[in-house]
Ligand binder design. Sequence first.
Ligand SMILES: Cc1cc2nc3c(=O)[nH]c(=O)nc-3n(C[C@H](O)[C@H](O)[C@H](O)COP(=O)(O)O)c2cc1C
Length: 205
Amino acid sequence: MTRLLHIDSSIMGEKSLSRRLTAELVEKLRGDIPGLEVAYRDVAAAAPPMLSSALFFARGAGTEPEDAALRAELSTARDILEEFLAADIVVIGAPMYNFSIPTQLRGWIDHLVVPGKTFAYTAAGLQGLVTGKRLIVVSTRGSLYAGNEALSAQDHQEAYLRTTFGNLGVTDFAFIRAEGVGLGPAQKEEALASARRDIAALAAA
Ligand SMILES: Cc1cc2nc3c(=O)[nH]c(=O)nc-3n(C[C@H](O)[C@H](O)[C@H](O)COP(=O)(O)O)c2cc1C
């Protein structure tokens, strides 16, 4: 059985383009992969707990915190990590906001980067512990960045995701991109059509 984790992070609700595209992508994979099991987390609807000092130290303490609110945060943080580790395929709707990713998505990632679980420090440097996972990012952005050297340098969205998950050990990346959606209706339609072509062309495995 193949397990897919579907993450949405857009704050734009029904107007969101990344939500539209991740939904279409997951439907396509459901058709391609018999018995696909899908877990869904909307980090904009229910923001992950912020990685505070208290939560950070509680995570490594080895005992349950006495404070009920902190216990609940720790439980959510553990669920987020377990869901990620259990998935064979992770689909992330990752719009570019302010040259980076939505705050809530960053908050989700803060619960994945855990020493001893997803990476280890070794004498040779950082070693990713995440293997055999396929990551598909739906990237939506208002301007055009790909292939433009000056604007690519301002991309702290795709570059951040590639760096972070790459350091955790992920090697199987795909980026489904709808770019320039703020540059007028024609460019927006072309961007969506291009993303849909890329979704259709995605291999099932
Ligand atoms: C709060 C906010 C910040 C944004 N910042 C950028 C930006 O820095 N660069 C850019 O090219 N587009 C930016 N955009 C445009 C979005 O990337 C674009 O609207 C995209 O469709 C967002 O995905 P979504 O529709 O799923 O939310 C921003 C949009 C919002 C709402």
